[in-house]
Design a protein around this ligand. Structure first.
Ligand SMILES: [Fe+2]
Length: 197
């Protein structure tokens, strides 16, 4: 299993570094590796979680973005299935991983509260990774055609959505609350700070 996962990580890394992928210069080091680090750390907190499934989900959940950005959710399922099968993952593992990715992608429907722990770990780690990587800063860089107010509104909306829908584990909420508020502040939810004597 470990060997198969390593092969898949190598494939995703290759796909993510393809210059045709719009986030190619930062995605592996400043998104996927951060998600992995948080997710593995959460596995220690939740020992019943299957680490192989967690690791596979970390590297699978954004695969579609790299191969067909416009149809990313469908692409993760189609191309993900193809790639995992080619590497030699068992069909049951492939089905499970793809089912779990669908739950992660459907975060807006609120299925995550009842989701398996592996899904909760990866979804929470995914949302949290955006709060400590350069994600919100990169959005400025990658969208120079947008107005400042538009970018700030977009960042607030994204941060808020991820906080409410994707970050579902209480430990992650607790650990990342200040970072979330900081992002909101930097993107327009300013507060008046008053210093007391
Ligand atoms: Fe992600």
């Amino acid at each position: 299993m470990k060997e198969h996962i390593n092969q898949f990580i190598a494939e995703v890394t290759k796909a993510a570094r393809n210059p045709r992928f719009k986030h190619h210069s930062w995605y592996v080091d400043y998104h996927l590796k951060i998600v992995e680090k948080i997710a593995i750390s959460l596995c220690r907190k939740y020992p019943a979680a299957n680490r192989s499934v967690v690791l596979l989900l970390v590297w699978l959940h954004d695969y579609g973005k790299m191969v067909d950005y416009e149809h990313q959710h469908e692409a993760t399922i189609t191309f993900g299935r193809e790639k995992l099968a080619k590497i030699g993952f068992k069909p049951a593992m492939i089905d499970q991983a793809l089912e779990y990715v669908k739950i992660i992608d459907n975060h807006g429907r609120g299925d995550l509260a009842q989701a398996p722990i592996e899904v909760k770990i990866v979804s929470s780690a995914d949302g949290a990774a955006h709060l400590i990587g350069p994600f919100y800063a990169v959005y400025w860089y990658e969208n120079p055609q947008k107005s400042i107010c538009e970018i700030m509104a977009g960042n607030r909306k994204k941060a808020d959505m991820e906080w409410k829908e994707k970050i579902v584990l209480p430990e992650v909420k607790k650990e990342f609350k200040k970072r979330y508020e900081f992002i909101l502040e930097q993107n327009g939810y300013g507060r008046i700070i008053s210093f007391k004597n």
